[in-house]
Design a protein around this ligand. Structure first.
Ligand code: RIB
Length: 305
């Protein structure tokens, strides 16, 4: 099995369940409030560990209760946390999440120590990146660091997977060049390309824009509609695994993790996409970020082969 390195964010999620999202200027009552380990990077690392992958995480937390809890949770599923720096007198990243009765969410993040992932930290942990086979990143740490790690990973011949969330428009071509896989959802693809995504043709066109910028493969996750893979010579749609969602938080993270896990086990990309969909479809039936991630046995029981 190949080694996977996640370079990215760790957040303590403050989650409020509410019947519906508050409108602008509206005050509403929430049903309850919970603290759950999260952060796109940490969710991916946690899912990889829980599903049985060989995973190390690089990132930063504060020397505070949230940082301790996040490290503890990752260790509990055998994630190697030797790449995570705990920084004195700084606050661990936080995410304020509202989840409505349809399971949809809205998220505000406060970067905290995620904003303190520096080139100096990456250089200190460079051996972890060089020792890995698959490098996964997201956009909750500074983007110049994402590009710095990507350049290092491409130079070293690694497989690079980028989950471009939260999406940012107008990134230059050199940023994308050499990335093996990006995994936007349709909203993120619209933001990245500054195009409207109304039809399948729009999605394919948008994915092709990213291919022209130097990305080798684009996987667009479409929620209830399944997902789309576009690369230079192909376009393939994959049907969904239908479930009743209660909380979509970490759906994308669990997809990315399961996809990378399957690649690390030498499975073809099509099988990797199917595993991504199976795992994320289970995650959305459960509440929270890391609390929603299933084991491989649970996935196999639910989606019997
Ligand atoms: O992708 C879900 C994650 O986004 C949450 O866990 C939250 O921390 C935000 O980073």
């Amino acid at each position: 099995m190949q080694k996977i390195v996640v370079v990215g964010s760790l957040n303590m999620d403050i989650v409020i369940e509410t019947p519906h999202m508050p409108k602008r200027g509206e005050t509403i009552s929430g049903k309850n409030i919970n603290r759950v380990s999260g952060g796109k990077g940490a969710n991916q690392a946690y899912a990889l560990g829980k599903l049985g992958g060989d995973v190390t995480m690089i990132g930063a937390v504060g020397k505070d209760a949230a940082g301790d809890a996040l490290l503890h949770n990752l260790r509990s599923v055998n994630v190697d946390v030797s790449g995570i720096r705990q920084i004195e007198n700084e606050t661990t990243g936080q995410a304020f999440i509202t989840v409505d009765d349809d399971g949809d969410n809205s998220i505000i993040i406060i970067a905290g120590t995620n904003g303190l992932v520096t080139k100096e930290l990456i250089d200190e942990k460079a051996d972890i990146i060089k020792g890995g086979d698959i490098i996964i990143m997201q956009f909750e740490i500074p983007l110049d660091i994402v590009e710095y790690v990507k350049e290092m990973a491409v130079r070293e011949g690694k497989t690079v997977i980028v989950d471009p969330a939260p999406a940012i428009p107008g990134l230059p071509e050199h940023f994308w060049n050499g990335i093996d896989y990006i995994k936007p959802n349709e909203t993120e693809l619209a933001i990245l390309t500054e195009m409207n995504m109304k039809t399948r043709e729009d999605l394919i066109k948008g994915a092709r824009v990213m291919i022209d910028k130097g990305v080798k493969n684009v996987i667009v996750t479409l929620g209830k509609e399944g997902c789309l893979l576009v690369s230079r010579n192909k376009e393939e749609f994959y049907g969904p695994y239908q479930v009743k969602a209660v909380d979509t938080t970490a759906a994308g993270d669990s997809f990315t993790a399961a996809f990378a896990l399957a690649l690390s086990q030498g499975k073809p990309y099509g099988e990797a996409i199917m595993l991504g969909q199976k795992v994320s479809s289970v995650a959305v039936t459960r509440k929270g970020a890391q609390t929603s991630i299933p084991t491989m046995q649970e996935v196999q029981t639910i989606w019997k082969e």
